[in-house]
Design a protein around this ligand. Sequence first.
Ligand code: URA
Length: 223
Amino acid sequence: APAASAQAVADMDWPALQTAVAQCQACGLCETRRQTVFGAGARQARWMVVGEAPGEQEDRQGQPFVGPAGKLLDAMLAAMGLSRHADDAIDALEKRAGQTGQEGQAGGPPAEGVYIANVLKCRPPANRNPQPDEVARCEPYLRRQVALVQPQVILAMGRFAVQSLLQTSEPIGRLRGRAHQYAGVPVIVTYHPSYLLRNPPDKARAWQDLCLALQVMREQTQP
Ligand code: URA
């Protein structure tokens, strides 16, 4: 299939977008990927996480953030009361309540959902950095995902997510600590989980960023 134009992508509904990504041959990464990685989580979420690109595990499993960085991301989200599996958890609770004829007991407040996507939908060989032409070809998909999910806060993780959403080459250290905007949605900038695995002392800064994101979400919902 030839690459869909950016305008065509901008008009797609969710199923059409999924199909377009699955069949995409817009850049050379289609030659080396095992499969595309579209995204995961709750499509109606108030929260959206944007990462960089699939790694080896993601390329094998077709899901975003399922390798070592994904483990850390899930822990960061859990610390915020968020989960990519929130819908599953609520379904499970409802099922159990149906079986017992009682209200389900979660043992704590249920986590809130989050939608997770990457700038690139295909793994770069050996996890090299995304190249500008690859980002340019793939960006319309992410932009459409944001438009369809309509999140209230976006967490941009790492240089490539930040550069793509904010159209800036400023380093993360200069952008942290305040909310930016993409298409009218507040964007909180933080380090990529893979970076944090290599630089654990910066986890304290990342936690500050997550707290800022929670604060911005509170302000969004109760102005
Ligand atoms: N790193 C990312 O940025 N995205 C993934 O999906 C996995 C690792």
